[in-house]
Design a protein around this ligand. Structure first.
Ligand code: ADP
Length: 277
């Protein structure tokens, strides 16, 4: 398995209205394997969204290089190959839906690729199936819940058949049910072979990834497995990140003498506690 995403010594500066540079990414080197599920966490302003936008060439590095499935993102001739390879799902579902009917919305991007009609129909059908929104294909997007709208946005990205899907805080505006729906779909897509980059400020979501990167002030503060990252309460506190509730509970139970491992879901925690009774 080779790397499908390669950041080499990437730095990026925004220029504000007074012409002053604000460094948003500083010397980031990061490789993501094909088929990996990588979560990116970090406090507000740590550079998560800036990093995400480098994956599909919405932003280009000031220094260093980004390669996506072998394409150098600064190669203008490859822009559409890059955008097709790496799809983005953003925070606000309302800003991503363009048509007045769900299935038209999903077809929109695929139509812009200039694919034959039958191929577009097949992709829309498959994408609707994948996000479990078939029953809503004829509905108006504004009638849907936030979670359902995000699922339509995901289907629109899927219809482009990307190898990588970047979720940039795509659960931030959703209620707990909508968040779970989006997370479940991200995990299902990953099982089907997609490489997933999942940016979130919900640590319980990040804990479901294969690997977690913490950004801090534009740099990688830590890169490790969910176990390594989320069992380290001091690290999370230092970087102003939430500690998953199950880890806090396990910590308290250990202090009262129980031999409890750190786990990240209610179900696993129940099993841990029961095994001690
Ligand atoms: P995050 O997604 O982790 O909240 P961002 O990538 O949005 O972080 O921002 C990183 C840094 O860059 C922050 O300090 C932010 O204020 C700054 N920044 C982001 N977007 C802009 C912009 N369009 N113009 C100027 N500065 C920006």
């Amino acid at each position: 398995m080779g790397s499908i995403i390669e950041f080499q010594n990437v730095s990026f500066d925004y220029i504000n209205h007074e012409g002053l540079k604000k460094r948003a990414l500083n010397n980031i080197s990061l490789e993501v394997d094909k088929g990996e599920f990588l979560a990116i966490v970090g406090s507000n302003g740590s550079g998560k969204s800036t990093l995400a936008k480098h994956i599909n060439a919405l932003l280009l590095p000031a220094e260093g290089t980004v390669h996506i499935d072998g394409y150098d993102t600064s190669d203008e001739e490859k822009l559409w190959d890059i955008r097709r390879t790496a799809g983005m799902v953003f925070q606000n579902p309302d800003n991503q839906l363009v048509a007045t009917i769900v299935e038209e919305d999903i077809a929109f991007g695929a139509e812009n690729l200039g694919l034959p009609r039958e191929e577009i129909i097949k992709r829309v059908d498959d994408s609707l199936e994948m996000v479990e929104m078939n029953d809503y294909r004829g509905k108006a997007p504004h009638m849907l819940s936030g979670g359902q709208k995000q699922r339509v946005a995901i289907a629109g990205v899927l219809a482009l058949n990307p190898k990588i899907i970047v979720f940039d805080e795509s659960t931030a505006m959703l209620d707990p049910k909508g968040r779970r729906e989006v997370m479940d779909i991200a995990m299902k897509l990953n099982k089907g072979g997609k490489t997933i980059i999942f940016i979130t400020h919900f640590m319980e979501e990040a804990a479901l990834a294969d690997r977690v990167v913490i950004l801090n002030e534009g740099e990688i503060a830590k890169d490790g497995t969910p176990q390594e990252i989320f069992s380290n309460i001091a690290l999370l506190d230092n970087l102003c990140l939430d500690v998953p509730k199950s880890v806090l509970l396990a910590d308290q139970l250990r202090k009262s003498g129980m031999d409890i491992k750190n786990v990240f879901s209610i179900e696993e925690m129940a099993e841990e506690i029961c095994s001690q009774l």
